[in-house]
Design a protein around this ligand. Structure first.
Ligand code: ARG
Length: 480
């Protein structure tokens, strides 16, 4: 029977459900459409096949299938993999995942049996879709985390490049969005970089905890057949096997953990994007985004909008939404497997795709942007960003900081009255405020001098920023 669904035409004839023996009636099309996970888990076709190849090798090692059956199964699975990759079967006919299948596991098993006959029916020996899906998800997650990690490294390389070129580029530093103290562009973009370094390391942690093989846990209670879980795990490149079969088919904490990490990463991107949006305004004018990574307006001819930064910022809501969906779906689920958990893939993949694309777009957007150094330097001129340095000057001469703060504040008040900068006050103004001032105060409070003076570890002084860049280079080298 052929049905029209919102996903296109589907048929329930070709692939009888794996559980059909128990039922006398065929599935209803609306029911099939509602329960299928094929639209999500088709992405895991290749890892599903790799899992089955390892399973066949293990079944043979344990004497559960013959060598000839093992060969048939593996050759059959390899041919399905090749055909899926090329989109054609050996006869040259189009070959894609059949969207009428219940899930990727039943699709591949059905094609395998179609191609190799009876031996295909042995691939599910000692296995349930419950441990199979847990396996596929972990294998796929491992691969996807690797891809995202390499994109983060590319982003860090771009940030490192910008930092290296701007060790001496002055930029006002802000707290409460108000002028605070002068820093450098290098120091500011490195602040972004260290956030992404931590995201990278959080991804490594998540991958490490997911690096445990679930296969052999069966539906929930392992198997009465003499399986060899450790061998199968080794074949699949896992470091360990899970300890408890109920836990194994019940939890999706590897997704919860990763999507939490993804949310933090997207949040970090959103903050950098917010700054880019601000910095590309006429009022700031710190950054000029390339035309490739900006859009125009259909009505206002002068517009060059930072839509990509805005979209990344906006997509943070999408990622958080996916995270909340996953957490809510898992909340209070009784052990062991419940079909609710099938919903995990849609949320997780959506979050993952959004974050991966955001990282890629952010990297290109920032790589191709131009920094307006003179405008940024000008931003350090007004706004009394050097008021702390006036106080520090006095502290160096022995005045208690709280008193020095008061003296500096009085000078700021005077400068505001005189509508001038601190460095434009007369020397007599300084002397009236404190006997401790000498003429060198003027050279000590230029923006450049302020930055050079901030020589603490992790501070913006060019010498210290060079250390940061070295550390970042080392991190990139170690993880490339
Ligand atoms: N499509 C299912 C999922 O993603 C696979 C496991 C199905 N198991 C079952 N007993 N129906 O969770």
């Amino acid at each position: 029977m052929i049905y029209m669904t919102s996903h296109g035409t589907i048929t329930t004839d070709n692939h009888a459900a794996l559980w059909h023996g128990r039922f006398t009636e065929g599935p209803n099309a609306a029911a099939v459409e509602f329960e299928t996970s094929i639209f999500e888990d088709m992405r895991m076709a290749v890892v599903d096949i790799e899992g089955s190849i390892a399973h066949a090798k293990m079944l043979f090692k344990q004497g559960l299938i013959s060598e000839a059956e093992k060969k048939l199964i593996i050759d059959g699975l390899e041919s399905i993999k090749d055909d899926l990759n090329s989109g054609k079967d050996k006869a040259g006919n189009p070959f894609t995942v059949d969207l009428s299948a219940e899930d990727i596991h039943s699709f591949i098993e059905a094609v395998l049996t179609d191609r190799i006959g009876e031996a295909g029916k042995k691939i599910h020996t000692g296995r349930s879709r419950n441990d199979q899906i847990a396996l596929d998800e972990r294998l796929y997650l491992r691969q996807q985390i690797r891809i995202l990690k390499s994109e983060i490294i590319k982003l860090l390389e771009v940030l490192k490049e910008i930092a290296s070129e701007n060790i001496n580029t002055l930029i006002p530093g802000f707290t409460h969005m108000q002028h605070a103290q002068p820093v450098t562009l290098a120091h500011h973009v490195l602040a972004w970089a260290w956030m992404f370094v931590r995201d990278y390391s959080r991804l490594c942690d998540a991958a490490k905890r997911a690096d445990v093989s679930p296969i052999g846990s069966g539906a929930l209670a392992g198997s009465g057949l003499p399986l060899n879980r450790k061998y199968e795990a080794e074949l699949l490149g896992f470091s360990e096997i899970t300890e408890n079969s109920i836990d194994t088919v019940s939890d999706r904490d590897y997704y919860l953990e990763t999507v939490s990490v993804l949310s933090i990463l997207q949040m970090h991107l959103s903050r950098a994007c917010e700054e880019i949006v601000l910095w590309s305004t006429v009022e700031f004018g710190f950054i000029d985004l390339s035309e490739k990574w900006s859009t125009g307006s259909s009505i206002m001819p002068q517009k060059k909008n930072p839509d990509f930064a805005e979209l990344i910022r906006g997509k943070t809501g999408t990622v958080y939404g996916d995270m909340i969906a996953l957490f809510t779906m898992m909340k209070a689920l009784p052990l062991s497997y419940d079909r609710d958990m099938q919903e995990d893939k849609a949320s997780f993949f959506d979050a993952y795709d959004t974050v991966l694309n955001s990282v890629k777009v952010f990297t290109e957007m920032i790589r191709t942007a131009k920094w307006n150094k003179s405008v940024m330097a000008l931003g350090c001129d007004g706004g009394y960003l050097n008021a702390t340095d006036v106080a520090d000057y006095l502290v160096r001469k022995g005045l208690p900081f709280r008193t020095a703060h008061g003296v500096s504040a009085s000078l700021v008040r005077l400068a505001i009255e005189k509508k001038c900068r601190l460095e434009e006050l007369d020397f007599s103004d300084y002397r009236n405020a404190s006997e401790l001032f000498d003429k060198d105060i003027f050279e000590k409070i230029t923006p450049v001098a302020c930055v050079i003076a901030r020589n603490t570890d992790g501070g913006p002084a060019p010498k210290k920023v060079k250390n940061q860049i070295d550390k970042l280079s080392e991190f990139i080298k170690m993880n490339k």
